[in-house]
Design a protein around this ligand. Structure first.
Ligand code: DAH
Length: 339
């Protein structure tokens, strides 16, 4: 009888099935009331007492092996037999919620793309800067009131270290390290000690452009600005330059574009003027070249800088600057069609 049990154990061990029906037949053959194992248990009653221990143990092993086999085969078939497990593979999948680009990134990318078509490459600099790169090397003399144009966050323990108030600081780093000619655009975050309101924030974004070469003229600046404005706001856009003052440019100007919402007729976005102020610009002051080791007799250049939030607000008619930083998905997803 022991032989018979051992043979059955090995037979059960090597059994395989490809359908649930085969598994069921196997179960009936061995594990039902009239199955092989039940029959052996019947015979077991007549086994002499001294053999009961060995045979009983073998019989229990046989039964466990048969039960394990049935469970194992059922599980294996269930995991491959998707048709029977209740999963319909022909159903369409659940849609994934795609995020959208932040409107500031959309506008930044658009501006960078326009300048890259003009041959500019991107350059970035640190947000924590020193006085030299933010002010001194840009021709802001110490104690000069022009420094008050931008309310600065200083690092308390290091009066020389501050959060940059404009991306013009990257111009200085570019002039230090980049071989001439220079044609760079520098996007980045800037910081000013201002109360947060619908029109101002203590942190915002700027893009700066710098072009330095022999023979760069104000006409080049004007043509670059005209192309830029038409690309960004549409081909019918007009520009207007107003004289201004920045310590690092001479002459300096501020550029307005014709209001793209009312086409110059006057609306509440342009406050009835038909014009929107977009950026500051000018010819790099010869003092700045000298401070940065560039021969101002040989080289000329222009620079321009603008706030990305401001451009985005004008482009999309956004009235409150704080919306950009609240990360309310209902606001952010409205720009989903934009690049
Ligand atoms: N840095 C100026 C600001 O933050 C903007 C600016 C004006 C940048 C004129 C320039 C420029 O490059 O030429 O207000």
């Amino acid at each position: 009888m022991l032989e018979q049990i051992k043979q059955l154990i090995s037979e059960i061990g090597s059994f395989t099935a490809t359908t649930p029906e085969e598994v069921e037949q196997f179960r009936i053959k061995h594990l039902s009331k009239k199955g092989t194992i039940a029959a052996l248990f019947d015979q077991f009653k007549a086994v002499p007492a001294e053999q009961k221990k060995d045979i009983g143990k073998a019989l229990n092993e046989l039964k466990t092996a048969a039960l394990d086999k049935v469970n194992e085969l059922k599980e294996a078939l269930a995991s491959t037999d998707t048709g029977r497990s209740g999963i319909d593979l022909t159903l369409p999948g659940d849609p994934l919620h795609l995020g959208t680009r932040h409107p500031l990134s959309v506008v930044k990318n658009e501006i960078l793309a326009i300048f890259s078509r003009l041959g500019y490459t991107i350059s970035e600099g640190p947000e924590i800067e020193d006085d030299w790169h933010v002010f001194s090397a840009l021709n802001f003399p110490e104690e000069h009131p022009a420094r008050d144009m931008q309310d600065t966050f200083f690092i308390e323990r290091h009066p020389d270290i501050l959060l940059r108030t404009h991306t013009s600081s990257v111009q200085v780093r570019d002039m230090e390290t980049h071989p001439l000619p220079i044609r760079l655009v520098t996007p980045g975050r800037v910081f000013r000690n201002e109360a947060i309101s619908a029109r101002a924030h203590c942190m915002f974004h700027q893009i700066e452009a710098l072009y330095v070469d022999e023979g760069v003229s104000f006409a080049d600046l004007k043509q670059t600005l005209t192309y830029f404005a038409k690309e960004l706001f549409g081909p019918e856009t007009q520009i207007r330059l107003r004289p201004s003052y920045f310590p690092f440019t001479e002459p300096s100007a501020e550029m307005d574009v014709s209001c793209s919402l009312c086409h110059g007729a006057g609306c509440n976005v342009c406050k009835g003027t038909g014009w929107l102020e977009i950026l500051g610009c000018g010819m790099v002051d010869p003092n700045v070249f000298e401070l940065n080791g560039i021969d101002s007799e040989k080289y000329t250049g222009f620079a321009l800088g603008m706030g990305i939030e401001r451009v985005a607000m004008l482009k999309y008619g956004i009235k409150d600057l704080r919306l950009f930083f609240e990360n309310d998905i209902r606001f952010l997803e409205q720009f989903s069609t934009a690049v």
